[in-house]
Every structure is written in structure tokens, then in C-alpha cells.
Design a binder for this molecule. Structure first.
Ligand SMILES: *[C@@H]1O[C@H](CO)[C@@H](O)[C@H](O)[C@H]1NC(C)=O
Ligand SMILES: *[C@@H]1O[C@H](CO)[C@@H](O)[C@H](O)[C@H]1NC(C)=O
Ligand SMILES: *[C@@H]1O[C@H](CO)[C@@H](O)[C@H](O)[C@H]1NC(C)=O
Ligand SMILES: *[C@@H]1O[C@H](CO)[C@@H](O)[C@H](O)[C@H]1NC(C)=O
Ligand SMILES: *[C@@H]1O[C@H](CO)[C@@H](O)[C@H](O)[C@H]1NC(C)=O
Ligand SMILES: *[C@@H]1O[C@H](CO)[C@@H](O)[C@H](O)[C@H]1NC(C)=O
Ligand SMILES: *[C@@H]1O[C@H](CO)[C@@H](O)[C@H](O)[C@H]1NC(C)=O
Length: 415
């Protein structure tokens, strides 16, 4: 008892910390990684208060335990269930290699699979289990000659889905323009829409997300997300996703985090990009490594717990099923061209874009290194479990405040 009393201030401290963490995570912790920490606390706690799915992730079990249950605006419940996973040695078996001229006019030669394999532009890294796709970083080229690189698209087409890309590295550097995106298959771009999930050029440090559509699709000014619409807000059509409205820019959003693109993203050990697409909205989140929510790592993703996305296109001012359909998933690395070529002079990069292309040493960081790409499909729950999420949260909060101090008391009493 004596010992317990001696440790009373510490006990109170832990008690208060539990209180603050659950109710005001943004206050208790720096913004850096707050989502992950909050998630860990909630999840750790959820497993005490409720039966948490262990090895089984069957629909019934997850529905019963409410792990990952999301709700449509009309109140119907649904889960995101595993659909397709792209990873490991067989990664490239279900993708097509694009071999045509770059539609964005890059100084690039997109190679076929056998050339890419024979020359090490694609590979599987046995040591760390990553799938690697990279630019030619070994050939010295004369000025103006196309550098070899890779552009692949998934054979499977998707209309809606939750796409979760876990990256160790994404390409970056002067003259380099990589993108991870989904593209509607159809005769005329952008008839079935385009969703750019990770994209940037040169020495950028902030990821750029964009939507490109036919006329009639716009950001809802009431939508909340953490990214910013770049440029002059008074400029016409800033929130118009119509590809023809502003020279093909679409409606773009720049992420606030400096770790969302380029060297800082890589130094963090990469991270996770998640794109949720259903009838209600299309949203993109990016998490640097330390902030990846545990439900993502556990394979039971629950976007409703991830906080605000970086960008969100709502169905209120864009009839999503009408503008987005039959998407293939695309990875590519191009050089110069429409964006990277025209913006080169405005960066801190040396010389000209075409000069930069000649030396292979400039392309050592033009590398995708992929842990996995997982696609989940939306499954409506017929039983529609409806425990109010607020009482669930309340239970967690109350129990957290009780149990944490109890544990602290036990430790300090018997230590
Ligand atoms: C509720 O909305 C979802 C789409 O958000 C739809 O799939 C479902 O059919 C709707 N259910 C009812 C009962 O209206
Ligand atoms: C280089 O790439 C461009 C397209 O980006 C293409 O128009 C051109 O024909 C290519 N040059 C050669 C020699 O293949
Ligand atoms: C792949 O590309 C290389 C070099 O461009 C070419 O020599 C080869 O014939 C191509 N292979 C196939 C199967 O198309
Ligand atoms: C945005 O919010 C305002 C105020 O609540 C509302 O009047 C308006 O209709 C909303 N706009 C859309 C597109 O939902
Ligand atoms: C805005 O975009 C529409 C097409 O969606 C176009 O007709 C209109 O001219 C654009 N306005 C300006 C000021 O560029
Ligand atoms: C999507 O593809 C399916 C199968 O090829 C086709 O039946 C459907 O019309 C396509 N939808 C759109 C909007 O292009
Ligand atoms: C590649 O990345 C390393 C590590 O961040 C950096 O030191 C180097 O300057 C980069 N090289 C190029 C050519 O971008």
C-alpha cells in the first residue's frame, strides 16, 4: 500500500493519458503518426472489450464482432472482403506490359516483359519479398533518346473496390515521373474515368492525387479532406474534374504530408496508399510507414476508422457510377513529357530534362518496390448489425479508463 501511494502521481498520469489519448488523440500526440497510435490503442482495447476475430475472418464472425463493419449513408452495413492480392514471385503473371508510345509524350521506351526480365527492370527480391519495377539505370544514352522503363496494367478490371498498396519505395528524382493509378477502359479517354493515387515529378515532396472525367463531375465544396486544391482558388474550374476543362489537369489535390512522396517517403520505409471507390465516394488515404493503421496490416481494413482522407470525390456533385467504370490498375515510370518536361525548369534540378536523361546514375531511385497490392470488394451484410457505433466507442472509452488505472495499480502495488 505504501508503494502504491508513492506511485500515485504516476498512476494519475497514466490514468489521464488514457483519458486524453482516447478522447483527444490529436492533443495528446504530435500529428505525425497519430492515426496509427490511436488505432493501436483502440484496437488493443477493442480486443479486451469484445471478442476480436483471431485467425478467422469469416463474414459472420467479423459482423458479430463488428470488426471492420462500415455503413452506407442509408444505414446498410457492409464489409470490405479480400478479393485479389498481387504480390510475390507471380506478381507479373496477371499484368499486361504496355509497349506503345507514351500517351503523355515521355522520352521513354516502355519495354515488354521478356526484355524487362532479362535486363532486371522487373524482378522479385528474395531477401525482402518485394516486387521490383525500375527504369534502366545502367545505359548511357545520347541526347534525346528514349530511356527504357516499364508500364504495366492489371488484366482484371474493377468497378468499385478498396485498393491497398503497400510500398517500400516509390520512384522519384529529377526528370522522373512515376504514377500508380487506375484507368477506365474505353474507346475515348477519359470516358470511364481515371483515378491518380500516387503521382509526382522531380524533387516533389508532396503526393498529388487527381481525378479525370467526362464533363459533369466536380468536387463537392462541402467534402472534407486533408489535401489542398493547388493554385489560384479564383481560377475557373479548379474543382472541375472534366479533363477538358483545364488542359487535362483534372481535379487535383496535393497532400499536406512531406512524407507522401520522394526522399522522405522512402526514408520512412515507404508506406501505404489506399483508394476506396464505391457508389458514395472515391477517397484516397496515404500513410507513411509508422502511421499504417493496424486493421490494414491485419487484412481487415475499415476505412471508417482512418480519419479524413487526403482527397475525396463525393457522389453529391459527381454521379460516380456514371463517370467511373471498368478500371485497370496501372504502374508506370516515365521521363520528361507533358508534366515532367514542361515543369523541369521550375524545379531545383540541374540542366535540362533531356540532358538529365543521358546519365544512368540519375535513375538509381526510379524504382517501385512493392510489398503487396491488395484489392478488397464491398460485401453488404444482410443481417445488418446495428449497434450504435457511439455506444461501442463509449464502452471502449469507459473500460479503457477503468482497466488502465487498474493495471497500473496492480503493477505499482506489487512491484
Ligand atoms: C443502400 O445503399 C447502398 C449503396 O450505398 C446500396 O448498395 C444498397 O442497395 C442500399 N440499400 C437500401 C436498402 O436502400
Ligand atoms: C520515343 O518515344 C516517343 C513517345 O514518347 C515516340 O514518339 C518516339 O517514336 C520514340 N522514339 C524511338 C526512337 O522509339
Ligand atoms: C521484346 O522487346 C525486345 C527489345 O525491344 C525485342 O527484341 C523482342 O523481340 C521483344 N519480345 C517480344 C516477345 O515481343
Ligand atoms: C453544402 O452545405 C450547405 C450548407 O449545409 C448546403 O446548403 C449545400 O446544399 C451543400 N452542398 C451540397 C452540394 O451538398
Ligand atoms: C470550365 O470548364 C468547362 C467544361 O467543363 C468549359 O466549358 C468552360 O469554358 C471552362 N471555363 C473556363 C473559364 O475555363
Ligand atoms: C464494362 O465492361 C463490361 C464487360 O466488358 C461491359 O459489359 C460494360 O458495358 C462496361 N461498362 C462500361 C460503362 O463501359
Ligand atoms: C537517390 O537516393 C539517395 C538516398 O536518398 C540519395 O542520396 C541520392 O542523391 C539519390 N540519387 C538520385 C540520382 O536521385
Amino acid at each position: 500500500m505504501m508503494l502504491f501511494n508513492l506511485n500515485l502521481p504516476l498512476y494519475i498520469h497514466i490514468f489521464l493519458l488514457g483519458f486524453i489519448l482516447i478522447d483527444h488523440p490529436a492533443v495528446a500526440l504530435p500529428n505525425f503518426g497519430v492515426t496509427a497510435v490511436r488505432e493501436q490503442f483502440s484496437k488493443a482495447f477493442a480486443s479486451w472489450s469484445l471478442p476480436f476475430p483471431s485467425s478467422s475472418t469469416s463474414i459472420e464472425k467479423r459482423a458479430q464482432t463488428l470488426s471492420g463493419v462500415n455503413y452506407n449513408p442509408n444505414g446498410t452495413a457492409f464489409l470490405w472482403l479480400p478479393d485479389v492480392e498481387y504480390s510475390g514471385k507471380t506478381f507479373f503473371d496477371t499484368w499486361d506490359f504496355f509497349e506503345g508510345d507514351d500517351p503523355t509524350h515521355g522520352t521513354v521506351h516502355f519495354v515488354n516483359r521478356s526484355f524487362a526480365e532479362d535486363n532486371g527492370l522487373i524482378s522479385f527480391n528474395e531477401q525482402d519479398g518485394t516486387v521490383v519495377m525500375k527504369a534502366d539505370d545502367f545505359t548511357t544514352l545520347p541526347m534525346g533518346v528514349n530511356r527504357s522503363s516499364v508500364r504495366i496494367s492489371s488484366q482484371q478490371l474493377y468497378t468499385t473496390g478498396l485498393f491497398i498498396l503497400d510500398l517500400r519505395r516509390a520512384p522519384w528524382g529529377c526528370a522522373i515521373w512515376p504514377a500508380f493509378w487506375t484507368l477506365g477502359v474505353g474507346p475515348t479517354w477519359p470516358q470511364n474515368g481515371e483515378i491518380d493515387i500516387l503521382e509526382g515529378v522531380h524533387d516533389n515532396e508532396h503526393n498529388q492525387i487527381a481525378f479525370h472525367t467526362n464533363p459533369g463531375c466536380m468536387y463537392d465544396p462541402n467534402a472534407t479532406f486533408t489535401g489542398t486544391i493547388p493554385g489560384d482558388p479564383s481560377e475557373a474550374n479548379r474543382t472541375n474534374c472534366d479533363a477538358s476543362a483545364r488542359q487535362n489537369s483534372g481535379c487535383d489535390v496535393v497532400e499536406w504530408s512531406q512524407a507522401s512522396y520522394g526522399p522522405f517517403f522512402e526514408q520512412q520505409g515507404g508506406g501505404v496508399l489506399a483508394m476506396k471507390w464505391d457508389e458514395n465516394d472515391i477517397s484516397v488515404w496515404s500513410f507513411f510507414r509508422a502511421a499504417v493503421p493496424t486493421d490494414i496490416t491485419a487484412g481487415t481494413p475499415n476505412p471508417s476508422t482512418w480519419g479524413l482522407p487526403s482527397a475525396r470525390l463525393m457522389n453529391t456533385m459527381c454521379d460516380i457510377p456514371n463517370f467511373f467504370a471498368n478500371h485497370t490498375i496501372v504502374f508506370d515510370i516515365t521521363f520528361c513529357g507533358d508534366w515532367a518536361g514542361n515543369s523541369y525548369a521550375t524545379t531545383n534540378c540541374p540542366g535540362t530534362c533531356l540532358e538529365r536523361l543521358m546519365d544512368p546514375a540519375n535513375f538509381v531511385n526510379a524504382t517501385w518496390s512493392i510489398n503487396s497490392l491488395k484489392v478488397y470488394r464491398k460485401e453488404l451484410l444482410s443481417g445488418n448489425p446495428q449497434p450504435s457505433s457511439s455506444s461501442y466507442d463509449y464502452d471502449r472509452r469507459v473500460a479503457f479508463r477503468v482497466i488502465l488505472p487498474l493495471v497500473a495499480a496492480l503493477i505499482f502495488t506489487f512491484y
